[in-house]
Design a protein around this ligand. Structure first.
Ligand code: MG
Length: 265
């Protein structure tokens, strides 16, 4: 009787093992799990890391792809150069834990899809220029366009070109800029466009941006028709600095879960 009970207890585990191998194509579609289903895979456990302070970059989450930790630009190439070319090494100055724009933009070696992107930046403390000529750089997610980097602290320009703008289309919802020279943070969530077998768009490319923790775009349709993308940092002729850059690849619900713990007897 006890053995039979043990076998019976195993059945749902075996069923789970089978379903775990075949995750739904898109778990946002009608959900296959019952409400409060205890056999549903458990979300992966990660270490969330720590937040940055003005003086000190934080620690990236444990599941992040680190693009720059203050040491070197090994994860980047000069924009427009071949990844393995002799001239691929970025010209940017790396010192004191930051990288400073110099001699052309840089492009990530890796490509990304649905992702959470964390990038910290600072415009020059010594203010030079005005309008688009003051602390201009930018973050291009290939196919999405540019998330503008600019010194927008008491520096007027056209709204869809100020800091936090999705360049040329959407101004930020608010101007959450810090002073020149202070470290600022973008947390970006990018979702690729999805198409069905007939080529019909079932989900447009979307982008959400937090500037210094403040939401400035929420699921804005800023297109991505091109599949996976590199991340490009713009050289606009101003010595903007970057530090603590990382990306978390985002999966669908339940896709990366672990089986539930075994039931206590
Ligand atoms: Mg720019």
């Amino acid at each position: 009787m006890r053995a039979a009970a043990a076998v019976a207890a195993l059945v749902p585990l075996v069923a789970l093992a089978i379903t775990a191998q075949e995750p739904p194509k898109d778990a946002r579609e009608p959900v296959k799990w019952k409400h409060n289903d205890r056999s549903r895979p458990r979300p992966k456990v990660i270490d969330p890391g720590t937040a940055s302070t003005p003086d000190q970059p934080g620690k990236p989450p444990s599941d992040a792809v680190v693009l720059f930790d203050g040491t070197d630009l090994a994860e980047w190439v000069r924009s427009g150069k071949k990844v393995d070319g002799d001239d691929a090494k970025p010209n940017w100055k790396v010192e004191n834990g930051y990288a400073e724009v110099k001699g052309g933009g840089i492009t990530s070696r890796k490509k990304f899809g649905d992702a959470q992107i964390h990038i910290e930046w600072a415009t020059p403390k010594e203010v030079k220029g005005s309008d688009q000529g003051r602390g201009n750089s930018g973050i291009y997610l290939g196919g999405f366009g540019e998330v503008q980097v600019l010194d927008s602290f008491e520096n007027d320009t056209y709204p869809d070109g100020q800091a936090g703008a999705l360049y040329g289309k959407f101004p930020p919802l608010v101007n959450a800029s810090r002073r020149p020279g202070e470290w600022q943070v973008y947390d970006i969530v990018a979702h690729l466009q999805k198409v069905d077998d007939t080529g019909k768009v079932t989900r447009p490319g979307r982008i959400t941006v937090f500037h210094n923790g403040i939401v400035v775009h929420h699921a804005a349709e800023f297109g991505n028709k091109f599949g996976e993308y590199t991340i490009n940092l713009q050289d606009h002729g101003n010595p903007v600095r970057y530090r603590n850059m990382w990306v978390r690849r985002l999966g669908d619900y339940d896709a990366e879960g672990t089986p539930p713990p075994e039931k206590k007897k």
